[in-house]
Ligand binder design. Structure first.
Ligand code: UD2
Ligand code: MN
Length: 569
């Protein structure tokens, strides 16, 4: 395959591609029927993507999940956006709406128009409202950090928590203001929130970035469980208890709701396809992937079954507070935005925990196409550096795949001091990334070697061969082990412990002991002419581009300036 794009360019999270369908109109009322039509209790199955879920009758010490929806009979049923319906911008407000888009990279005008406590459709799968949860669930601190959030979106997030969470389980809501510049997020926010005793506002005096802002919130939290949310969400009916139930079941379970979509354009609340896992592709881009239909059928997976995920999206999850602290929380060396979801996911799985999506817990989120706030340093570099930190600490030998897909990072990124993180991993006796791949994410393609085979030149009908510690060019023979080379993700052309390398200024090519990260040993596999791809040395002291070439007279190998017409290259 061709070179995959680095973390550069595209947003690190693949949220935009999230398949979304409008929630059926009137679902609020339909919900009841659906619930009654739900099939009876069936034992869950345990599989790789799924975890057995106890179905309960009327067990002592348990109760049916509380619907807790004060908004089901809304104050103003005819208000725009009520029940999560789409809203249109009036013709004479188009300009205004457009000019306000940048405030949050979504329709801030419409957000202000719809009630901060609107009702939304109960999008839970049939059966969820019958599920039993324990009476003694742990209480939670909800932590929401934000920088320059749109006022009404922030309020709606808070109200959705207040009106749809059992008060007994909601210890507090901690709003961490990550040094916003907007005036209304200062005094006015404190004043508004002062009428809700459970809401605390923490103003950071300098910009921490979302990762360290969450840590600041966690530090003052008093609940047994921490529940992190973004500041532009709407928690749906019955969202909290199913999350806490998982943590209660085992304190190393990290529970994520299904993230539904609040349209950035019309503010409608949309459900998403069921059976989606959080996954990543190289170089650690987050994405969603549907569980294949045959897997669903074979394992008889139901819509309400827990889905185990290789990685979480990042923003919304509940975690036991003590466990989070044992895990060292987040690497505090991660800046601003990005990569922390990979870090926490690898850490949880490799150090004995689990990441789960709980289909009976649903929270809407406004997905934006771009971050609406500025990055103190370059955005792309910030995210890349965060990911490189994660790769260095958690990926073991597989970090070569990360760098292989983001090759430019290999020699340009300064990841900073990692000793604390490496010590933490040792102290926790976490498993290897290889273990993670085999047990948690077996469907990820992660071959340690990128390609292997012969290095042939078609025009001269010969192959490169190793003879002792030097190189020769001879007749191709697929059976000859001397002609077998590996091409690694770090761009090394490797034969055992030896690597193909330009030697000295005269342009001769020989064999040298391999060293993982060494540009002078690296070769880029590039199509130069239309014929076939060749090897271009990445040696920093050779004139670029320098191509691997067969000296036809002496049948020796050398590097020379690339020339598309030279068929010996
Ligand atoms: C996703 C996650 C987000 C985070 C991010 C990767 C979801 C729904 N969202 O991107 O939580 O894991 O991936 O890092 O899974 N914020 C600050 N200070 C900053 C930057 C952001 O407080 O310097 C706040 C921001 O106001 C928001 C939250 O952090 O409430 C997450 O940021 P986002 O909404 O821009 O991230 P998102 O949803 O694109
Ligand atoms: Mn967000």
């Amino acid at each position: 395959t061709g070179a995959a794009p680095g973390p550069t360019g595209t947003k690190q999270d693949g949220h935009e591609q999230r398949g979304a369908a409008p929630a059926a109109a009137g679902t609020v009322l339909d919900g009841q029927e659906r619930r009654e039509a739900a099939p009876g209790a069936a034992p869950g199955t345990t599989g790789t993507v799924q975890d057995g879920q106890e179905q309960a009758g009327s067990s002592p010490g348990m109760h049916r999940v509380l619907s807790m929806d004060a908004t089901l009979a809304p104050r103003d049923p005819r208000a725009p956006g009520q029940f999560g319906h789409p809203v249109a911008v009036p013709d004479d407000k188009q300009e205004e709406a457009k000019s306000r888009w940048k405030e949050g990279n979504f329709n801030a005008y419409l957000s202000d128009l719809i009630p901060v406590d609107r009702a939304i459709a109960d999008t839970r799968p049939a059966g969820c409202s019958e599920q039993q949860v324990h009476d003694d669930l742990p209480s939670t601190s909800v932590i929401m950090c934000f920088v320059d959030e749109v006022w009404s979106a922030l309020l709606r997030s808070v109200h959705s928590v207040l009106s749809r969470s059992p008060p007994r389980l909601l210890e507090e809501i901690i709003l961490v203001d990550d040094c916003s510049s907007k005036e209304y997020l200062k005094q006015q926010l404190d004043t508004y929130m002062s009428r809700f005793p459970k809401v605390k506002v923490l103003h950071l005096r300098e910009r921490h970035g979302l990762i360290r802002a969450r840590l600041a919130g966690a530090e003052i939290a008093t609940g047994a469980v921490l529940t992190f949310l973004d500041s532009h969400v709407e928690c749906n009916v019955g969202w909290l208890e199913p999350l806490l139930e998982r943590v209660r079941l085992r304190r190393t379970k990290v529970a994520c709701p299904v993230i539904e979509v609040i349209s950035d354009r019309d503010m409608s609340y949309m459900t998403v396809d069921n059976f989606q896992r959080g996954i990543f592709t190289w170089p650690m881009n987050f994405g969603w992937r549907q569980i294949p239909q045959e897997v669903i059928e074979k394992n008889n997976i139901k819509e309400t079954d827990i889905i185990r995920c290789p990685v979480m999206a990042g923003g919304l999850f509940s975690i036991d507070k003590k466990y989070f602290s044992e895990l060292g929380m987040y690497d505090p060396g991660l800046d601003v935005w990005g990569g922390e979801n990979m870090e926490i996911s690898f850490k949880v799985w490799m150090c004995g925990g689990e990441i789960e999506i709980v289909p009976c817990s649903r929270v809407g989120h406004i997905f934006r196409n771009d971050n609406p706030y500025s990055f103190p340093k370059d955005r792309v570099r910030t995210v890349e550096r965060n990911l490189a930190r994660v790769a260095e600490v958690w990926l073991d030998e597989y970090k070569e795949l990360f760098y292989g897909h983001a090759y430019h990072l290999l020699h340009s990124v300064d990841v900073g001091d990692l000793s604390q993180q490496i010590q933490l991993r040792q102290r926790l006796r976490c498993k290897t990334f290889r273990w993670y791949l085999h047990n948690v994410y077996p469907d990820l393609e992660a071959p340690l070697v990128k390609a292997s085979g012969q290095l042939a030149n078609a025009a001269l009908a010969g192959c490169i061969a190793v003879q002792g510690t030097s190189l020769a060019f001879e007749e191709c023979d697929t059976k000859s082990t001397n002609q077998k080379f590996n091409y690694t993700w770090l761009r090394l052309v490797q034969h055992g412990e030896l690597c193909l390398a330009p030697a000295g200024v005269l342009g001769a090519v020989g064999l040298r002991p391999c060293q993982g990260r060494n540009r002078s040993l690296a070769w880029l596999h590039r199509a130069l002419a239309s014929v076939q791809p060749g090897l271009v040395s990445d040696h920093p002291r050779l004139p670029q581009p320098a191509c691997l070439e067969v000296d036809a007279a002496f049948r020796a190998l050398r590097v020379r300036g690339c020339d598309p017409r030279n068929r010996h290259q």
